[in-house]
Every structure is written in structure tokens, then in C-alpha cells.
Design a protein around this ligand. Structure first.
Ligand SMILES: Cc1ncc(C[n+]2csc(CCOP(=O)(O)OP(=O)(O)O)c2C)c(N)n1
Ligand SMILES: [Mg+2]
Length: 579
């Protein structure tokens, strides 16, 4: 008998134990091991949040649903269980929807659960409170969308949502729960029986032996092989096997942003610092959980050297990913853990060592680039430039490799990605496939909650603004999060001027000399203003030692950044631009 059941005594009937939608949803989530909800309260889900908390689920209340949604999404990435975001109807739902779409794009398993208004009124468009046909709107933006109308279907509805989120290629799922459902009463025994425990939510998908053999043959034939690790590889939690595959083959590897740390960036085979060389000059490229999208220049063009000069091996759970941009010579379709295991079993003592001339070429280039960068990272000037400040943070992470780094911005993102070495899997969380601003505080909060590890969020001043109010949430839950704001007075730079010469500032600049640290102090956290790399390092060390919510305003030279960081080439140009 469910402890959540309520006692009702309908007139003229013998006493029956009853339950309702509120309790069944909670029971269904708990039955499936879901113990955290990220959300914002309001009609019709306020009481649900209270009851979930009372029932032992951790309910983390945010200041804006997009941040709660981003938290849920990254919780999904870190745990391989769907992260849950809970919102109110129409506007709350829409606020959460950006995060749901972003989760789907990045293949993070997440379920957006939104309360919704009266179906009968919504469907006749009679103007209900927060009226919106949410299911129809969510559908094209996520992997699957479901609505539950009857309390007896809650078990199945939640089971479908969980399975859709984590099986195959993970993604976002929308679950629509109309207000009326929460209060619907049914017999408790029937309710309990209706719940579904999802067995093997993400079944292994074993690659075909012929596909594995084809891949090994192509790999063996390579003269200049390269392995690219994507965030799918980080998600898979097949860390030991991936490392073994890379090390047994001796092939240089290039980690995509969120795959950094699967093997340490300081690993002798890491080609991160020789990126352009390995992309251009390799002849066989094996991608593990990485897609040939814009982040890899679609697998063609100048970045990739001579046209048709390469053979691609691609490991992905989604068959449709193959040939998405260029021909894939050896597609291996299956879950990454199973695929890597299968490849490993074909790599025996007779496997040829990676060609020495290629390995040496990559090493020479990499050493050259690292040496070029080194002096820039040691500059201890005020105001700081990006490299000087990042040099300090690079040492922090080297000394504290367990820390989870969250990172967003333009220059702040692109330069930190290159400068800060990551040593362990899933310790770098960032803007992902879309390069979206606003993930910062949501990711930082969920990272702290899901892992219990210290979090360092390195934020452009613009990037931070998208989720900045959540510093109150960080203080409220007393999370070990240290936010560092690279304050260069604006987007890309703080030096632009209004070409019309009027009183309005330029479109990319902010209030000069802002003190973001005072925001943290407003909520009882620690705020620090720093102007040199030494001060920055001391302040971050103190924050991570104390575990206290801290925000460090790091004053960066407003002229130091470049337009759009490293991707300025994507800006369209007016041919009519006046001098
Ligand atoms: C949701 C969203 N809106 C707008 C953008 C465009 N955008 C890209 S980077 C950026 C902010 C860059 O400024 P900042 O975070 O201060 O980084 P900086 O280059 O100054 O270090 C913006 C607004 C985006 N990527 N995502
Ligand atoms: Mg900035």
C-alpha cells in the first residue's frame, strides 16, 4: 500500500484507500530512481513541488525556468538519467522550452514536465488562464512529447518519457500534465498497480561484427590516423575502454570541448594544441560520439585539407548521423560503450604501432604551439588580458582536477577552452552545439548538486547576464560554486562606440566598471573584485577551499577581446559598408 495514499470516505461506500495524480506522479518518479527536480513553482504545480519535497525528492527552485531547464539537461548529461524540469503553463513552459530544445540538440536526456490549462477550454481557444496548446508547440523541438489525461495513465506516461529521453540517442522529452490530472482521485491499489518501473531504459545497442571489422581494417590502413572524441563519448561513461582504445592504438586524439578530460589534455597523445595540423593532414579519422557539424567544419573545406583525401570512421548510436555531411567509409552504429568494446577486442598484440613519423609531426607541432602560448599565460598585469587571467585559472584546475569547470562567453569561452587543461572525464561543461549563452548558472547548480564536487564557472560578463539572477539560488542552497566573471565591459570588447555619435552606448558595450561581485554580497555570498592574475588565483583558491558561494569580478582589459571570439568568420558582412 502506498504511503502516499489518502483516505477518502465517499458517502454510502465502504472505506477505500484512494490516491491521486499528485501522489502517483511522485510515486512514479521515485519508482524510477528520480530523486531531484529542477523548476519554478506556480499554478498548477506549486503543491506538487511541496508534496514532492515532503516525499523526499530534492526540489530545487530557480528564479527562471530556462535556468532550471539547463540544470535538468546537464544533470541528464552527468548521470545518464533524465533530468527533470518542472514548470507552470504557457510562459513558464516557454521559458523552459529553450533548454529543452538545447538539450535535444546536444543529446542530453531531459524531461520538461509542465502543468497546463483546461484542455476543453484550450482546445476551443476560449481564453483560459495561461492558455496554450503546449504539446503541439513542444513537439517539433524535442525527441518526443506526451500528454497524460487520466491518473491511471501516469505510470505509463512517465515510463514513456523516461525511455524516450535516454534510449538510442538521448534528448529532450516534453510531458504535458493538465491541472485537472493532479487532483484526479483513483483507487490506491489500482494506482499502485498502474505504475511502471522502466526496465533497461537505455538498452545496449551492439554494433554489427562486419561494421566493426570494416572500421578496424580502415584504421589499420591509415598512415596518419586521428581519433576525435565528442561529448557523446563523455556521456557514455565508457572512460576506461575509450582510454584503452586510444592508448593501445597509439593514435593522436583530439577532444571536442566537452570531451576534454576523457584522457587528460596533458596526455602525450593529445593533439588539442595541434588541431589544425591533425584535421588538415590526417588520412583516416575515427570519430567517437562526435558529429561532423559546424564545429568540425562539416568534414570538408580548407580545414580538412585536400578534398576527398580522408576516410572517416564514425561511431554513433544514431544511424541517420552517417553520411550527414560527407561519406563515412566505416559507419559503426551502436552505443559507444559497446562499439568501443567491440573495437578493442579486435586490437591485439599484433596491432601495428601508430606510424612514428606522423606521431612525431603532431608532437612537434603541438610542442611548438604550447611553447608559443606559455609566456602569454604568465603575464601578471593590471588590467588583465584573457591569457593572463586564464593562466591563473589553468593552474587552479591543474591543482584541483576534480573541480567541474563551467564555461560560457565568446573570448572567455574560446580562449578558456584552449588554455585550461582538463584532467578527468565530464569536468568541462559549456555552451555545446549551439554556442548558447545562458547555460552558466543552471549548469553550475546542477553540477554541484549531482556530483557534490566544487564548481568553477568562468563567465563572460555578457554570458553571465543571461542567468545571473541564479546567484541567489546558489546562495540559497549554499552550493560550492565559484563564479568568475571576465569583465571586459561588454560583448566581445568594451570599447565600441555608437557610430551615430548619440548618447546611447554602442550595441555591444555595458556599464563600465560594473561590480558584479556586489550581486553575490546582496544574497550573503562572498564577492571579490580582482585586477591581477595573482589576486584572481588567491580568490579562487579561497573560494574552492571554503566551498562558500563566491563571485569574483575579474577586471579584464576592455580592448583585449576579438569580435565573436574565435568564430568571427561566421558574421555576415555588408558589401555596402560605408567607410
Ligand atoms: C542565447 C544567445 N544569445 C546571443 C548569443 C550571441 N552571443 C554570442 S557570445 C555573446 C556574449 C559574448 O560576450 P561575453 O560573454 O562578455 O564574452 P567576451 O567575448 O566578452 O569574453 C553573445 C551575446 C548567443 N550565443 N546565445
Ligand atoms: Mg565580455
Amino acid at each position: 500500500m502506498s504511503d502516499a495514499a489518502v483516505q477518502l470516505k465517499p458517502a454510502g461506500e465502504t472505506e477505500r484507500e484512494m490516491t491521486d495524480g499528485f501522489h502517483l506522479i511522485i510515486d512514479a518518479l521515485k519508482l524510477n530512481g528520480i530523486n531531484t527536480i529542477y523548476g519554478v513553482p506556480g499554478i498548477p504545480i506549486t503543491d506538487f513541488g511541496r508534496m514532492a519535497q515532503a516525499a523526499g525528492i530534492r526540489v530545487i527552485s530557480f528564479r527562471h525556468e530556462q535556468n532550471a531547464g539547463n540544470a535538468a539537461a546537464i544533470a541528464g548529461f552527468l548521470t545518464k538519467q533524465p533530468g527533470i524540469c518542472l514548470t507552470v503553463s504557457a510562459p513558464g513552459f516557454l521559458n523552459g522550452l529553450t533548454a529543452l530544445a538545447n538539450a535535444t540538440t546536444n543529446c542530453f536526456p531531459m524531461i520538461l514536465i509542465s502543468g497546463s490549462s483546461e484542455r476543453e477550454i484550450v482546445d476551443l481557444q476560449q481564453g483560459d488562464y495561461e492558455e496554450m496548446d503546449q504539446l503541439a508547440i513542444a513537439k517539433p523541438l524535442c525527441k518526443a512529447a506526451f500528454r497524460v489525461l487520466h491518473a491511471a495513465d501516469i505510470g505509463i506516461g512517465i515510463a514513456r518519457a523516461i525511455r524516450a529521453a535516454v534510449s538510442g540517442r538521448p534528448g529532450g522529452v516534453y510531458l504535458d500534465l493538465p491541472a485537472k490530472l493532479f487532483g484526479q482521485v483513483i483507487d490506491a491499489e489500482r494506482g499502485t498497480k498502474s505504475l511502471v518501473k522502466v526496465i533497461d531504459a537505455a538498452p545496449a545497442q551492439i554494433p554489427a561484427p562486419a561494421a566493426v571489422k570494416r572500421a578496424l581494417d580502415v584504421l589499420k590502413s591509415a598512415k596518419r590516423p586521428l581519433i576525435i572524441l565528442g561529448k557523446g563519448a563523455a556521456y557514455a561513461q565508457a572512460d576506461d575502454d575509450i582510454r584503452a582504445l586510444v592508448e593501445k592504438t597509439g593514435i593522436p586524439f583530439l577532444p571536442m570541448s566537452m570531451a576534454k578530460g576523457l584522457l587528460p589534455d596533458t596526455h602525450p597523445q593529445c593533439a588539442g594544441a595541434a588541431r589544425s595540423t591533425v584535421l588538415k593532414d590526417s588520412d583516416v579519422v575515427m570519430m567517437i560520439g562526435a558529429r561532423l557539424n559546424w564545429l568540425l567544419s562539416h568534414g570538408k573545406g580548407k580545414t580538412w585539407g585536400e578534398p576527398h583525401s580522408k576516410k572517416f570512421i564514425q561511431i554513433d548510436i544514431e544511424p541517420k548521423e552517417m553520411d550527414s555531411n560527407v561519406e563515412i567509409a566505416a559507419p559503426v552504429v551502436g552505443d559507444i560503450g559497446s562499439c568501443v568494446q567491440a573495437l578493442l577486442s579486435g586490437i591485439d598484440g599484433k596491432w601495428p604501432a601508430a606510424p612514428a613519423d606522423w606521431v612525431n609531426t603532431v608532437k612537434t607541432k603541438k610542442d611548438e604551439n604550447i611553447a608559443k602560448m606559455a609566456p602569454r599565460l604568465m603575464k601578471n598585469t593590471a588590467p588583465m588580458d584573457f591569457h593572463g587571467a586564464l593562466g591563473a585559472l589553468r593552474t587552479v584546475i591543474k591543482e584541483r582536477p576534480d573541480t567541474i569547470l563551467v564555461n560560457e562567453g565568446a573570448n572567455t569561452l574560446d580562449l578558456a577552452r584552449g588554455v585550461i587543461d582538463i584532467y578527468k572525464p565530464r569536468r568541462r561543461l559549456d555552451v555545446g552545439t549551439w554556442g548558447v549563452m545562458g547555460i552558466g548558472m543552471g549548469f553550475a547548480i546542477a553540477a554541484a548538486i549531482e556530483t557534490g564536487k566544487p564548481v568553477l564557472a568562468v563567465e563572460g560578463d555578457s554570458a553571465f547576464g543571461f542567468s545571473g539572477m541564479e546567484v541567489e539560488t546558489i546562495c540559497r542552497y549554499n552550493l560550492p560554486v565559484c563564479v568568475v566573471i571576465f569583465n571586459n565591459n561588454g560583448i566581445y570588447r568594451g570599447t565600441d562606440t555608437n557610430a551615430a555619435g548619440g548618447a546611447d552606448p554602442a550595441t555591444t558595450v555595458f556599464v563600465k566598471g560594473s561590480r558584479y561581485d556586489k550581486m553575490m554580497e546582496a544574497f550573503g555570498g562572498v564577492g571579490v573584485n580582482v585586477t591581477t592574475p595573482d589576486e584572481l588565483k588567491r580568490a579562487v583558491d579561497a573560494a574552492l577551499d571554503s566551498g562558500k558561494p563566491t563571485l569574483i569580478n575579474a577586471v579584464i582589459d576592455p580592448a583585449a577581446g576579438s569580435e565573436s571570439g574565435r568564430i568571427g568568420n561566421l558574421n555576415p558582412q555588408s558589401v555596402l559598408r560605408k567607410k
